[in-house]
Design a protein around this ligand. Structure first.
Ligand code: GTP
Ligand code: MG
Length: 613
């Protein structure tokens, strides 16, 4: 039975489901009984494979170990892992009404991980509280996380009622205390159910032990949850984070497929689309699916591929949206609420990795607006860092613009996680985007300019003496298109014409650095340091009155704009060789790949001359 159910889910992306399914996340303080509740749900709804319960009980007896319902989850993990990969935190059970995917979230990390992977696209949350221990720190923290994630349907299971003799008073006091807490978060739980997960009271049927309880059993409570209608998500603006880009393998076919899962909205063949943050525009040529003939349209939740009309160079991590709909924000600075669980606190000006949808980027904490202790909802004034288990309202800045929505508009594209030292350390929601040019790099350049100590020779005097103005020339384009050969030729030509210049291979820029820094510079997602060095060096060389030539492989609009902000010249001179990868910038000179370097250098020289004379 189980195998059939799980295979059914594994095929989600490729076939339309006829059975309704619902994602529910189970949270709660450690040992309050989350796994036992899930084990019970599996057993009492007949969702276990035949003989599984008996088998696990027998193994326990053999090893003289008391039976635990939580063991069922472990036993199933091995089984479900065979053949098809299934997220180990997920379990499946079904009622006559629908199928449920329950996510067992033993701790904050799992909870947040599930949230990023989309597993916790939870439509509802069940919070388990031990009646004997009462409301504990994590009962509150998880309540906070649930509210922060915008999970709308929340119910509370007051567990281990057997340990307090099914006392109504104990139950009532927990209901009071926890409802008051949730009320501060604007969360209104739909129900509190007194249960004994271990003994199965109020799980499948109403228990005789709690005649004073008039509400639903747990299973009925699950069935009473409202299905978030798919059409709600379909009606939101179309958002498609590009996960992978595949090239067609047939010869002469240079089409690419953009693969991923539609986050929200719908799109059809012929719709005009924009890739963000690059800003490249085209239209949908076809929708590609495995074993499916429909290539006309796609909607939220579907894993599909798209081909497009123009052959654009798009990197995974871009967000594809429809041109005719509300656009997401594309910027570097934003305000967010973040729940921090890193061992080391979140501190200002340190770099972290931000993951938003399929995009990863370097981020810095610019400012802490407010810090809240999530278990008390007290705001801690004047804190300049966010400690483990605190919630911080913070301002972040990424090294390059990213595209996202505000969580209040589209929750799915308004969430992110922060990685510190290869570990997910925080999860957050975006509250506000700042569409401003005031970025850290700009601030850096401004403060450097303010402190700069000049010599006695002004730049005008220098230019007069050299009989030309300085210029910063950057060669861009893919690897191995002949950038270096042309630049070297140009340097020679400039010298022959009495123009003072210097060519620096950007390879040289990294020499003499220790290996760690060199490795970092090679990382696709940390070219920001390279950009900074190039900009600073360009600033010095042009201040010295030179025509400074260098190359920067695969530079994009944003990187070039940052280099420009750092350098002292007003406009940098861009020579692009080979395919043009810009959305906004138009190069001063565009050359075909691997041209004859002599004539290429001449072409550039002629264009450059009027700018420096
Ligand atoms: P973590 O995953 O470690 O956070 O714990 P959990 O919340 O999943 O708790 P789990 O289900 O493992 O239960 C913890 C202990 O409480 C186990 O020993 C269970 O047998 C026991 N327990 C769970 N439910 C009940 C109950 O209704 N009554 C009693 N008496 N014990 C229970
Ligand atoms: Mg557990």
């Amino acid at each position: 039975m189980m195998a059939v159910v799980s295979r059914h889910y594994a095929e989600r992306g490729t076939c339309k489901m006829s059975v309704e399914t619902m994602n529910v996340v189970i949270v709660g303080h450690v040992d309050h009984g989350k796994s036992t509740v899930i084990g019970r749900l599996l057993a009492d709804t007949g969702s276990l494979p035949d003989g599984k319960l008996e088998q696990v009980k027998a193994t326990c007896a053999k090893n003289a170990k008391p039976f635990e319902y939580a063991f069922l989850l472990d036993a199933l993990k091995d089984e479900q892992a065979q053949g098809i990969t299934i997220d180990s935190a997920r379990c499946f059970f079904h009622t006559p009404k629908r199928h449920y995917i329950v996510i067992d979230a033993p701790g904050h990390i799992e909870f947040l991980k599930n949230m990023v992977t989309g597993a916790a696209n939870a439509e509802a949350a069940a919070i388990v509280i031990d009646s004997k221990e009462g409301v504990q720190e994590n009962s509150r923290r998880h309540g906070y996380l649930v509210s922060m994630l915008g999970i709308k349907q929340v119910f509370v299971l007051v567990n281990k009622m057997d340990l307090v003799d099914y006392d109504e008073k104990v139950f009532d006091s927990i209901v009071k205390e926890y409802s008051d807490f949730l009320a501060e978060l604007n969360v209104k739980p739909i129900n509190f159910v007194p249960i004994s997960a271990f003994n199965g009271e109020n799980i499948a049927t109403k228990s005789e032990k709690t005649p004073w309880y008039k509400g639903l059993s747990v299973i009925d409570q699950f069935d009473a949850l409202q299905k978030e209608s798919l059409s709600d998500k379909h009606e939101l603006p179309f958002r498609f984070p590009v996960q992978d880009v595949y090239k067609f393998t047939e010869e002469g076919d240079d089409r690419r497929i953009f693969a991923g899962t539609v986050s929200t909205g719908t799109v059809s063949k012929g719709d005009k689309v924009v890739f963000l943050p690059s800003g490249k525009r085209t239209a949908i040529r076809s929708v590609e699916r495995f074993n499916a003939t429909d290539n006309q349209s796609a909607a939220s939740g579907e894993s599909v591929g798209f081909t497009i009309d123009l052959q654009l160079y798009i990197k995974p991590g871009e967000l594809m949206v429809r041109e005719d709909q509300v656009q997401p924000h594309t910027c570097q600075r934003f305000r967010a609420n973040i729940f921090w669980m890193g061992h080391a606190p979140l501190i200002k000006n340190k770099t972290y990795k931000l993951k938003v949808l399929t995009k990863q980027i370097i981020v810095k904490l610019v400012d802490v607006v407010n810090v809240i202790d999530a278990s008390e909802i007290n705001s801690v004034q004047n804190k300049q860092q966010v400690d483990r288990h605190d919630v911080g309202e913070c301002i972040f800045e990424t090294t390059k613009p990213i595209s996202f929505d505000l969580a209040a508009d589209i929750p799915d594209t308004g969430r992110f996680v922060v990685v510190d030292n290869y570990e997910i350390s925080g999860g957050g929601i975006v509250l506000e985007a700042y569409d401003t040019d005031e970025t850290l790099i700009k601030e850096q350049a401004d403060s450097r300019n303010q402190s700069w100590v000049d010599g006695l020779v002004s730049s005008q005097e220098r230019s007069k003496n050299y009989q030309h103005k300085p210029q910063f020339v950057i060669f861009t384009g893919e690897l191995l298109v002949g950038k270096r050969a042309i630049a070297m030729e140009l340097e020679k030509l400039l010298l022959e014409n009495n123009i003072k210049s210097y060519y620096l291979s950007s390879y040289n820029l990294n020499l003499g650095l220790d290996n760690d820094i060199q490795d970092n510079l090679k990382l696709e997602d940390d070219r920001s340091e390279h950009v900074r060095r190039l900009g600073e060096l360009g600033n010095i060389m042009t201040k010295a009155g030179l025509v400074f030539l260098t190359s920067f492989t695969d530079a994009d609009d944003y990187e070039l704009k940052d280099i420009e902000k750092l350098s002292s010249v007003e406009d940098i001179f861009i020579v692009n060789v080979g395919g043009n990868n810009f959305s906004d910038i138009s190069p001063d000179v565009q050359l075909a790949a691997n041209p004859d370097e002599h004539s290429a250098a001449k072409t550039i020289f002629e264009k450059l001359l009027p700018k420096i004379k």
